[in-house]
Design a protein around this ligand. Sequence first.
Ligand code: OGA
Ligand code: MN
Length: 207
Amino acid sequence: MTSDTFTACLTRIVDDLAEQGWSLQPAFVPQALTLQLAEECRKRDAEGALTPAGVGRGGALQVREGVRGDHIQWLEPGQSAASDQYLQRLDELRLALNQGLYLGLEDFEGHFALYPPGAFYQKHVDRFRDDDRRTVSAVFYLNADWQAEQGGALRLYLNDGSTRDVLPQAGTLLLFLSADLPHEVLPASRERLSLTGWFRRRGEQPL
Ligand code: OGA
Ligand code: MN
């Protein structure tokens, strides 16, 4: 992917978010990087680094497999060349969102996620009730040759009352406003890998 193509992709994302509150990009990073990220997610899983994800935050965090059944590991800078390259692209996206939409995004938090066959994540909104920093959700999918019959779609509940199903196809980046769009992950017949995260703005901190 040339830098021109990437710049055009950033512009489309800014326009989509302004117009409809969500954006779907089928090839956000070069295919070679997507493959490396998928391999890395599987390697982290094989090493036992992914652990059952929780619901809620801070002291209220609980593992509830009837709500969400994915296994995750948080991304930190310096874990691998591939994940650093991905974080670098997301930082360029963060700056484009701030420039185009004045969102005041300060940072990004994200994790690898693996849904074993049959796992799901019930309908929810990404912004926490007690912490309004999460502003734009970014889900990047890592699954080659995903077929609709395999399930595993991310179902978005749009503001006009319609729904939109997004297949977790390798290379696809889905973005949406974290406070606005409820969504759920439907169960799949095969393992489902992704990199999921949130651009955050500054919180209301007592001085
Ligand atoms: C989440 C989430 C969507 C997906 O982790 O909050 O909604 O498609 N993930 O994996
Ligand atoms: Mn979510």
